[in-house]
Design a protein around this ligand. Structure first.
Ligand code: SAH
Length: 217
């Protein structure tokens, strides 16, 4: 498929996202710049710019473009800010943030997925710090973060993530049942945390010490 074809498909994808209410131009520009087709498996390249989640192997998915845009906009971060991502997956969300000039720290529990994501991020010359591990306990070494984004669904907000959030920062996390979740946007004001919720999202489960048990996965 030609670059031109991908550009056209990407423009259509961005038109859909904009129509659904995404207004942050920095998010839209970054999503225009990142070649989403490089982050999906070969078999799905033809659908890379559809506004849907797609399988990336091991039962995991690359999030729907609208969801990526919504969460990135909700993070409200700017160039030079530090962001912690839980669930690197394909690396696409991390790539969008890195393209915005954000310093990204991303944790993935699945070794194979992270190896693939790293390869694509390196090919795209995007600087993202990654590590294999359980993200429910955060990454204390680099805290505090101006934003924390969790791209898998949690039964509850993991306490360590609240602690690792900088004052004024936002934690964006899907919380709810296995089948359906709300995205919770939690803003830190000193020792207070203000929350707002957006309903109707579906993510793969966050599996870990403070997440769902991995027994069925
Ligand atoms: N941000 C990704 C979305 C990947 S789906 C993207 O842009 O493609 C969510 C990912 O979270 C999966 O890859 C899954 O393996 C990972 N995950 C689930 N529980 C986790 C945990 N406790 N710590 C780190 N990663 C986790």
């Amino acid at each position: 498929m030609t670059v031109r074809r991908h550009d056209e498909e990407c423009a259509e994808m961005l038109a859909i996202i904009t129509a659904r209410g995404i207004t942050d131009q920095r998010v839209i520009s970054a999503m225009r710049a990142v070649p989403r087709h490089a982050f999906v498996p070969e078999a799905f390249v033809g659908r890379a710019y559809d506004d849907t989640a797609l399988p990336i192997g091991d039962g995991q998915t690359i999030s729907q473009p609208y969801t990526v845009a919504f969460m990135t906009q909700a993070l409200g971060v700017k160039e030079g800010d530090k962001v912690l991502e839980i669930g690197t997956g394909s690396g696409y969300q991390a790539a969008v943030l890195a393209t915005m000039g954000v310093r990204v720290f991303s944790i993935e529990r699945n070794h194979g997925l992270l190896t693939r994501a790293r390869k694509v991020l390196d090919q795209q010359r995007l600087r993202v710090a990654t590590r294999v591990g359980d993200g429910t306990v955060g990454w204390n070494e680099h805290a505090p973060y101006n934003g924390i984004i969790v791209t898998a669904a949690a039964p509850d907000i993991p306490e360590p993530l609240l602690k690792q959030l900088a004052d004024g920062g936002h934690l964006v996390i899907p919380v709810g049942e296995m089948e359906m979740q709300s995205i919770v946007i939690c803003t830190r004001r000193g020792d207070d945390y203000l929350k707002r919720e957006e309903h109707g999202f579906k993510f793969v489960p966050l599996i870990g010490k403070i997440g769902w048990s991995g027994k069925t996965n």
